[in-house]
Design a protein around this ligand. Structure first.
Ligand SMILES: Cc1cc2nc3c(=O)[nH]c(=O)nc-3n(C[C@H](O)[C@H](O)[C@H](O)COP(=O)(O)OP(=O)(O)OC[C@H]3O[C@@H](n4cnc5c(N)ncnc54)[C@H](O)[C@@H]3O)c2cc1C
Length: 476
């Protein structure tokens, strides 16, 4: 298995300016990364450019679940669930070093083993269908468990409030690291990849970057998530609308909760569910909210109402309630949902994707999920092939291994993963900030020393970098 090693940015910049590509992918989140890998492995000369850092948009702010989404069954989105579960199986096979199986507990309200039996039957039927669609083997099939087993799975849960409980299996991945690994795999197959390269204009024959370079390409793919309509508007009136939906996560010390499995917690307030997911040996995170969002896309904040909603959903289940002072980290992101169904709740909007080609030939991929990025990429590159007039190109990513990442260190991140800021290292290469902000703030000066020495920072630049990191770490 190969280890991801991106070229230096200067080398990537040189190649972007000198070569001519079949396709340039704009946007370095999971979607753009997937498109670049699909395109290059079909034999297209491929470039990918990202305005900020790899995965710095929504692809580092998700719930980090590789799943079909049990709740989409409730919305009768059987096709979407089926596609996503197929992709889950593929990811578990193609990236076993990054995507891991995880057990999920579903507790149902009730008391001393008594619950609404109709509700329990409903869950049992949904889980049976979920396992069937996901074609899970017998060891992974869901089961109803006795209430007294719950305590062994989550020590802090108040079993007096539980009437029934189920365990089923899904999967989890550190989203930003998965994105980086896919970019790296695309590079190994020959793609040119450059972060901190923003597309500011589109002209026949390619795109202009904010540093004045022009990237020549026969086809341009817009994979910019929540920014997609901005990029569409560079040369045309956008044909589709997005309805951004904000989602927030909070992290805690797992010693207080004692979760050895993930938990799906039904939230009483609005009949949604939130996930409580163990992370590493010591942390656990909780999310997510799902609310319409109209604020700035580059600065998404955790508001007091988000915190209050999540704490209240969690505390309904705990013996020892959590407060704001127990929060060790947090993050907020915005889903790139497609405008469609007329619904007041963004939670009811479909997570489907669509590929559209504008009259000028720009191919845009809109909507979707982390889990289905590969399928989204396949659909996108099928359209690219039409633009390039290549009739027979075969997608090969269904069984393509994703490269491994080296253990995350600041030095490796600068030398081989195009990291150039403290946040690149502490929010994405090794995302300590999301789970344990205090530890990240302690580590930040050492990370700044390594980056500063390698990138030739002055003392003033180092201080600016640290200030910017402290501000952004305190914001989310
Ligand atoms: C709270 C939350 C929870 C979620 N949980 C899950 C989950 O558990 N499982 C799941 O499957 N999905 C989940 N999702 C959905 C998933 O995270 C997104 O669908 C996915 O990350 C979107 O990836 P993307 O690449 O399309 O967008 P992004 O990751 O946002 O990437 C777009 C990139 O384009 C770049 N860009 C923008 N403009 C330009 C430009 N002009 N030039 C160059 N680059 C540009 C941006 O900087 C950005 O990095 C969740 C989403 C949210 C918000």
């Amino acid at each position: 298995m190969s280890i991801v090693a991106l070229p230096a940015r200067s080398e990537a910049q040189r190649r972007l300016a000198e070569e001519t590509f079949d396709v340039v992918v704009v946007g370095g989140g999971i979607t753009g990364a997937g498109v670049a890998l699909d395109a290059v492995t079909r034999g297209f000369r491929t470039a990918i450019v990202e305005a900020r850092d790899w995965a710095s948009g929504t692809s580092s702010k998700s719930s980090k679940l590789v799943h079909g989404g049990l709740r989409y069954l409730q919305q009768k989105e059987f096709g979407l669930v089926g596609e996503a579960l197929k992709e889950r199986t593929r990811l578990l096979a193609n990236a076993p070093h990054l995507v891991t199986r995880m057990a999920f507990l579903i507790p149902l309200f009730g008391a001393a083993g008594v619950t609404n039996e109709a509700l329990a039957k409903g869950y049992s039927a949904a889980l049976t269908l979920y396992d069937k669609i996901g074609r899970v083997d017998s060891a992974m099939r869901h089961r109803r468990i006795p209430i007294d087993e719950v305590h062994a799975l989550v020590a802090g849960i108040d079993i007096e409030r539980i009437g029934a409980a189920f365990v089923y299996h899904d999967a989890q991945a550190e989203d930003a690291r998965l994105t980086l690994a896919i970019v790296g795999t695309a590079v190994r197959y020959g793609a040119v990849a450059c972060n901190y390269a923003r597309v500011v204009a589109r002209a026949p024959g390619g795109v202009a970057l904010d540093d004045g370079r022009f990237v020549r390409a026969r086809c341009v793919v817009n994979a910019t998530g929540i920014w997609a309509t901005e990029v569409m508007a560079l040369d045309d009136e956008p044909t589709h609308r997005l309805r951004p939906a904000k989602g927030v996560h909070l992290s805690f010390d797992n010693a207080r909760i004692g979760a050895s499995v993930a938990v799906v917690l039904p939230a009483r307030r609005d009949k949604r569910s939130v996930f409580l997911v163990p992370h590493g040996l010591h942390q656990v995170y909780l999310g997510t909210t799902d609310t319409p969002y109209e604020g700035p896309l580059d600065r998404i904040l955790v508001d007091p109402e988000d915190t209050e909603y999540l704490l209240s959903a969690l505390n309904d289940w705990l013996v020892d309630p959590m407060t704001e002072t127990d929060i060790t980290g947090s993050w907020a992101g915005v889903r790139p949902l497609l405008e469609g169904v007329r619904s007041a709740r963004t939670a009811d909007l479909s997570r489907r994707h669509t590929v559209v080609r504008s009259s000028s030939g720009l191919v845009s991929i809109l909507g979707g999920k982390l889990t289905t990025y590969r399928l989204m990429a396949e659909d996108t590159v099928d359209e690219v092939a039409k633009v390039l007039d290549k009739k027979r190109t075969q997608c090969v990513t269904a069984n393509l291994a994703i490269d491994e990442l080296a253990p995350p260190t600041a030095a490796w991140a600068v030398d081989h993963e195009q990291a150039i800021t403290v946040a690149d290292v502490l929010e994405r290469r090794c995302p300590t900030t999301l789970y344990d902000r205090a530890r990240a703030l302690v580590e930040a000066p050492q990370v700044a020393d390594v980056l500063g020495a390698k990138l030739g920072w002055t003392e003033a630049q180092r201080a600016d970098q640290l200030r910017a990191f402290e501000q952004s770490a305190g914001m989310t």
